[in-house]
Design a binder for this molecule. Structure first.
Ligand SMILES: O=C(CO)COP(=O)(O)O
Length: 264
């Protein structure tokens, strides 16, 4: 069985300018250093706004930080007349590791279709970025008990023409829309049900080895007080954290969930 390294990724959304980003990242790095955090046991990533990425890169390089960083979105195209878009190649040039693809806020406010999300998954993989593919249902869909079917359809559409080899490197984030920024968290059982279903569908679409390699994160109101019980579930490999990742001490506690068994 493949050993999957847990990943804690902080999605800053449209918060923190490049000065604030530097301070926040510095504080996160110091807090984790003080706690003697072993990055080989739990990987850490921050996902700042585009305008912060160069400053983040400079700090990571200068202080030789082991914290990875990602982009919140990217273009499906490499270059050309696409005003306002960011090429995946520009991101790799900045040392970016991850790219969020299909976050629910992009799906909702920018009407991103499954087809576009599939194109972005492929453009990030082509550029050598690791997509963090976001899937998840809204409240209405959950109330209708159609959440598993809905989320797996999003998954399948996003993975069209993506090879098993590529999927093994992928991160999938299950983010139920009703739990994002609401303080409402899915139960650990909800997170496990969907993570297991996602892994099961990857096994059907590809093979068991691929399904064992892919990392599945949970996202939606994750805090230091609820992360440990969610991480205790066998198919949950980490968290995509919004609001709580803006506070470096709180985010460090989330990263260090193994050292404080809160909520278990
Ligand atoms: O959307 C999220 C992360 O991408 C979750 O946000 P919150 O942790 O603020 O609910």
């Amino acid at each position: 069985m493949t050993q999957r390294t847990p990943l804690m990724a902080g999605n800053w959304k449209m918060n923190l300018d490049h000065h604030q980003a530097t301070h926040t990242l510095q504080k996160l790095a110091w807090t984790l250093k003080d706690a003697k955090h072993d990055y080989a046991t739990v990987e850490v990533a921050v996902i700042p706004p585009f305008t912060d990425l160069r400053s983040v890169q400079t700090l990571v390089d200068a202080d030789k930080l082991q914290i990875a960083y990602g982009a919140q979105d990217l273009s499906a195209h490499e270059s050309g007349a696409y005003t306002g878009e960011i090429s995946p190649l520009f991101l790799t040039k900045l040392g970016v590791t991850y790219a969020l693809v299909g976050h629910s806020e992009r799906r909702e406010y920018h009407a991103e279709s499954d087809q576009l999300i599939n194109a972005k998954v492929k453009s990030s993989l082509k550029a050598g970025l690791v997509p963090i593919l976001c899937v998840g249902e809204d409240l209405e869909t959950r109330r209708a008990a159609a959440h598993v079917q809905h989320t797996l359809l999003q998954l399948e559409a996003a993975l069209a023409d993506v090879t098993a080899e590529q999927v093994r490197t992928l991160v999938i984030a299950y983010e139920p829309v009703w739990a994002i920024g609401t303080g409402e968290t899915a139960t650990p059982e909800d997170a496990q049900e969907m993570s297991e279903a996602i892994r099961g569908r990857v096994a059907e679409l590809y093979d068991a080895e691929t399904a064992q390699a892919v990392r599945v994160l949970y996202g939606g109101s994750v805090k230091s007080s609820n992360v440990a019980s969610i991480m205790a579930k066998p198919d949950v490999d980490g968290a995509l954290v919004g609001g709580a990742s803006l506070d470096p001490e709180e985010f460090a506690k989330i990263v260090r969930f193994q050292s404080h068994e809160v909520g278990l």
